[in-house]
Design a protein. Structure first.
Length: 431
């Protein structure tokens, strides 16, 4: 523990040293932190507007659309953003992406305050979140141009950690604004409008860079080539996964969990929104925060225990154990459909799911060659986020407005059981 703490302190000292010797890093950090503050505030305000706004009474289909808005750009545009940033001037990308994002955010705020329906709102929000992906990827790609290589790893680690904290601060600011103005369209719209300040600050900071300073070495208009490269990379990643049964087992486990987690997320949201049900636990926006905290606590424990379990029983058995635990939790705690049981289920599924995910990461890092590892991780991110959204969308077509669907909860157990069968079949094949 002391060794890890010392490593963190060394990373912070190295970052401070890099900031003193690299004026460009100050500017790039400003772009990143302002963008992440605005993203955190915008997404929290949008979530409040769609999920817990008393003036909108959002149905399950609209909730599914809201998750698609928040997650699909990262899943679909993420791999393409990286390829295009190797072809376009990154300074221009950071500048104009922030200008576009700020414009889209203000348009979303205007629609919210004006009481417009969700269709136009989702379209503009989708555009805003999609552009954000280019900003964050552009900052990461530009970092080596303003930081010496010897300081790159600790600096990136510190900025990632601090950026997550700043995004959380932005989310808290959205909650405060909505609390001050009110939980309706006006409060949500005001919080969304304030979040555009992050884009303004980031755009001003990006404009201060000299043209071409952030790379790449050579710019070109080759989006079709980038698209072909990404599609080819995803295909290569899928082939690499198939030829490594241990990685395939981990992918099956992660995929089964993401599907069920999507269904459970929708159930949880609807149960927490049902204010007519008597419970000693908080509901609404506060209850959803408690559920997220319970899930995060389970994930934290998994992060501590999984590295100890894998050397003792192996990666495949760790995945199987995680699926068995998840199956049991889904069939008992989640299927009960009370707030208390769902919170307990969130904690336990957070533990089981993160154990499977960490095992999958280890399998990919160990068994996949270095020149194909990035493609495999890109494939995982794209496919399983889409599976999460598709599960929510499918569940939204049959779930009642109060979330009380024992059939859907037990259906999640069936998915986990199918995952166990698929892992068993995969373990018997010869490559």
């Amino acid at each position: 523990m002391e060794q890890r703490a010392g490593g963190r302190r060394a990373a912070w000292r190295t970052t401070a040293e890099a900031l003193r010797h690299s004026p460009g890093l100050y500017r790039l950090v400003t772009v990143r932190f302002a963008s992440q503050f605005g993203d955190g505030m915008f997404q929290a305000a949008l979530g409040g507007a769609i999920l817990f706004n008393p003036e909108r009474h959002t149905d399950p289909a609209a909730i599914a659309a809201g998750f698609a808005v928040l997650l699909l750009p990262y899943s679909v545009l993420g791999p393409f953003a990286g390829a295009l940033l190797d072809r376009w001037d990154r300074r221009a990308v950071l500048l104009w992406a922030n200008v576009l994002r700020g414009t889209f955010i203000l348009a979303v705020a205007a629609l919210l305050i004006g009481g417009f329906d969700e269709s136009a709102l989702f379209l503009l929000a989708l555009a805003a979140v999609g552009v954000s992906r280019f900003v964050l990827a552009g900052v990461s790609a530009s970092l080596p141009r303003v930081v010496p290589q010897k300081w790159l790893v600790p600096t990136n680690s510190v900025l990632a950690t601090a950026g997550s904290a700043i995004a959380a601060v932005g989310a808290v600011c959205a909650v405060v604004v909505i609390g001050l103005v009110g939980a309706g369209d006006l409060g949500s719209g005001t919080a969304v409008a304030v979040s555009a300040s992050g884009s303004v600050i980031a755009a001003i900071a990006a404009a201060g860079f000299l043209r071409g300073l952030l790379g790449p070495h050579r710019t070109e208009s080759a989006a079709p080539n980038a698209i072909r490269a990404v599609v080819s990379g995803l295909k290569t990643g899928a082939t690499a996964v198939w030829h490594r049964p241990g990685v395939t087992t981990a992918m099956i486990g992660i995929g089964a969990h993401r599907i069920v987690f999507g269904v459970d997320t929708l159930i949880m949201l609807l149960v927490l929104r049902d204010t007519d049900r008597h419970s000693s636990l908080p509901g609404g926006f506060a209850g959803f925060g408690v559920a997220l905290a319970a899930t995060a606590a389970g994930m934290l424990i998994a992060a501590i225990t999984t590295p100890l379990v894998i050397p003792r029983i192996g990666r495949s058995r760790t995945v199987i154990g995680g699926l068995i635990v998840a199956f049991a939790v889904q069939a008992t705690f989640v299927a009960t459909l009370t707030q208390a049981s769902l919170l307990a289920g969130a904690f336990l599924l957070g533990f089981a799911g993160q154990s499977i995910k960490l095992t999958g990461d280890a399998a990919m890092q160990i068994e996949i060659d270095d020149d194909r590892r990035g493609q495999v991780f890109a494939l995982q991110d794209t496919v399983f986020n889409i599976a999460f959204i598709a599960a929510i969308a499918a569940a939204a077509t049959v779930i009642p407005p109060d979330g009380q669907s024992v059939g859907l909860a037990l259906g999640g157990s069936v998915v986990y059981a199918a995952g166990l069968i698929a892992v068993w079949v995969n373990g018997r094949r010869n490559v």
